[in-house]
Design a binder for this molecule. Structure first.
Ligand code: NAD
Length: 680
């Protein structure tokens, strides 16, 4: 299905063709423009090659690759961009050229068309001056390769309208981007700290603190990355890397200036030699100097009000694939140490305009770690939109997220002007379950009481969603797993888009769903069908979930607001009302009845049922944790006899027992891998 928005891309080079590919892959109609037929063809052929690779590696089907290409139209005529909703410019990094292009677009395009630039280093407000629609001008900074790297920095300038920002963010969501919205400042977000990171690494080499292999190892360990700064420069291009710091140096000072050895390498068109012996005794000093530079810069960015700590960490994790963002790293290392490293860099380079930022000084004084805000609320027309904003972790639910959800829901419940609460999330996925790391930590530290406490608290909130006097609606527009599916099932209504899916895969990782998902599914679909989904972990697609009445409204993403409005107008309803399931569920009901299920769990095929289907089920169940299956079976049976509150208590009573099994630890520490459960 083609999505409603039409996008033009100017420049079919590395970035333009990558952006076009990603947009078309996600269903947008794209028109790709370059200066001549040859360039357009080159861009489209590059996309074709990437798509073929995707098919070879089973990332998508041949049909999807074909449909993607069909959505891309090549052109050399600006007239073809006349009625676009958005035009993204991705030509050479040249202010004059970009200015000319926007002037031309401004004359040709309809007034509705929004203009965006993918510039890495030019000011958005300066570029906007080439047009008579500054309110419809914005930065959209993609990362290489745009079809693979999910990060998108959106940079409105001072005249960008709210509507433009909203529309562009929506289009970003439509093509699966994880977005950071930041001010129009030099280097935007990621390059502002990534460039001084590698500049500092080169300075460390220049000052003979350590050799390249030592710096590479130190950086890889310090930031949890696969490639150190020197290898990364070799791969991304010496010339670009030597040129990029200049713009930052002009705006932000000499700390960002490219070191002489970098300029010389670029002039000589040479690569860094990565070979040599690692000098282990120098690793620590190198790490301190790298940390000092990065921590100093990111805290300065917060001082300047360009961006938040969450967004910086999101940029590092999603855009640069660092294991942790800089602020999480500061917390991990400790404020005192972080301060010491920044201080060390400050003392070492008195002439490089590297000051100790106020944000860091404040935290050093108060000894408080940085806090992260993962839940945002906006209120519009009597609806509180509570958004879980942790796309870098697929919005996984941990203690911090739950605390913030509780806080936001408390506020919404107390607010008399609010009729309904919509629970939604940022990024491509809805919620990929609970944060497994926390469960593993508690098993290893013998603190299972903490898991019980966490489960009680999360269940309590979900039950409040279910019983609140406000109408609670989950907006599921992507994959939901485990706790995410349970959260959606607890809401009073669900609005979903075709990208939504629901699954309870817990028995495949050694545990059972612990947030009321079993009883809620059983109340909707009957215990047999619930057992089928809980035991097999099979996914319900959006269409299937609609068919069985779990979804209140299934709509295209552009229709979501309308659907929510309609549900609110209609008012509350009984989501557990009796329903007829489609015929195909009859087979499941029979195979999963009380008597047959015990046989299935023993690996036997019961008599008088669809043998082929039962064999398939037995095979699936043989890969699940036997204790988790047995307990889930007994719990669902018990739950059917009592109220929902009591049913949830039953799950909680078995919490410690399941997390104490060897299979729970095995499953939880091997997510995504095939494991052989022991039944212990
Ligand atoms: N390469 C990266 O990693 C990266 C990352 C983020 C942002 N950027 C930014 O993206 C932009 C493009 O970079 P790139 O690496 O894709 O460059 P590129 O050289 O690969 O492609 C630029 C394309 O623009 C075309 N072009 C030039 N003048 C044109 C015109 N008047 N009309 C239409 N097309 C024209 C060229 O023919 C070429 O195909 C730059 O602003 C760059 O700073 C690049």
């Amino acid at each position: 299905m083609a999505k409603t928005y039409r996008v033009g891309i100017v420049g079919a080079g590395t970035m333009g063709s990558g952006i076009a590919q990603k947009m078309a892959q996600e269903g947008l109609e794209v028109t790709l423009l370059d200066i001549n037929e040859e360039k357009v063809k080159k861009g489209i052929n590059g996309i074709k090659e990437m798509l073929d690779q995707g098919v070879e590696h089973n990332v998508f089907t041949r049909e999807k690759a074909g449909a993607t290409l069909d959505r891309i139209k090549g052109t050399i005529s600006y007239e073809d961009l006349r009625d676009m909703d958005l035009v993204v410019e991705a030509v050479f990094e040249d202010q004059k050229l970009k200015g000319e292009i926007f002037r031309k677009l401004d004359e040709i395009c309809e007034p509705k068309t929004i203009f965006a630039s993918n510039t890495s280093s030019l000011s958005i407000s300066e570029l906007a001056k080439s047009t008579n629609r500054k309110d419809k001008f914005i930065g959209m900074h993609y990362f290489f390769h745009p079809a693979k790297n999910r990060l998108l920095e959106i940079t409105p300038h001072e005249d960008t309208s709210k509507e433009t920002l909203k529309k562009v963010s929506f289009i970003g969501k439509l093509h699966g981007k994880t977005m950071i919205i930041a001010k129009d400042a030099p280097g935007f977000v990621v390059n502002r700290f990534f460039i001084p990171y590698y500049v500092q690494a080169i300075r460390v080499l220049e000052e003979c603190v350590a050799n390249i292999p030592t710096i590479e190892k130190a950086a890889k360990e310090a930031f949890g990355v696969g490639m150190g700064p020197f290898e990364l420069i070799n791969v991304s291009g010496m010339a670009v890397s030597a040129h990029a710091p200049n713009a930052l140096k002009d705006e932000c000072g000499n700390f960002y200036a490219p070191p002489d050895i970098l300029k010389k390498k670029a002039e000589a068109e040479e690569l860094w030699d990565l070979n040599g012996e690692v000098e282990e005794d120098k690793i620590k000093e190198v790490q301190e100097l790298l940390y000092g530079a990065v921590f100093g810069v990111v805290c300065t960015m917060v001082d300047e009000g360009i961006v938040t700590v969450e967004q910086i960490d999101r940029g590092a994790k999603v855009g640069l694939r660092w294991e942790e963002g800089p602020f999480k790293l500061i917390n991990k290392i400790g404020i005192d140490k972080a301060y010491e490293y920044v201080n060390k860099v400050n003392k070492r380079y008195p002439d490089l305009d590297f000051e100790i930022p106020e944000t860091l000084k404040d935290h050093y004084k108060s000894k408080k770690p940085f806090e992260f805000n993962f839940v945002d609320t906006t209120i519009e027309n009597g609806i509180a939109n509570i958004k879980i904003n942790r796309p870098e972790a697929m919005n996984a639910l941990n203690d911090e997220v739950f605390n913030q959800l509780i806080e936001e829901f408390d506020k919404a419940e107390k607010n008399k002007d609010i009729k309904a609460v919509v629970i939604k999330s940022a990024g491509k996925e809805f919620i990929a379950g609970a944060d497994i790391k926390y469960f593993v930590e508690n098993i290893k530290n013998d603190t299972l009481d903490k898991t019980v406490k966490f489960t009680k608290r999360s269940n309590n909130l979900l039950r409040r969603f279910e019983t609140s006097s406000k109408l609670t609606i989950a907006l599921v527009d992507g994959l939901s797993l485990g706790g995410g599916t349970e959260l959606a099932l607890a809401c009073q209504a669900i609005v979903a888009t075709p990208e939504a899916s629901f699954a309870l895969p817990e028995t495949g990782i050694g545990i059972f769903p612990g947030n009321g998902g079993m009883i809620r599914l059983a109340r909707c679909l009957g215990p047999e069908v619930a057992k089928y989904y809980v035991f097999t972990g099979e996914r319900l697609t959006a269409e299937e979930a609609e068919e069985v009445g779990i979804i209140t409204k299934l709509v295209d993403i552009t229709e979501v607001d309308k659907a929510i409005k309609q549900i609110i107008e209609k008012g509350k309803f009984d989501k557990y009302a009796d329903r007829e399931l489609p015929d195909k569920y009859e087979k499941i009901k029979k195979v999963f009845n009380k008597k047959n299920v015990l046989k299935l769990l023993n690996g036997e095929i019961p008599d008088g049922i669809d043998k082929e289907f039962a064999e398939k089920v037995v095979k699936i169940l043989s890969n699940k944790a036997p204790i988790a299956l047995k307990m889930a079976n007994e719990i669902i049976d018990e739950q059917m006899k009592v109220s929902i509150d009591e049913a949830i208590e039953i799950e909680i009573e078995h919490n410690t027992e399941i997390f104490n099994t060897k299979d729970a630890l095995l499953g939880l520490t091997n997510i995504g891998k095939k494991v052989e459960f022991k039944g212990k």
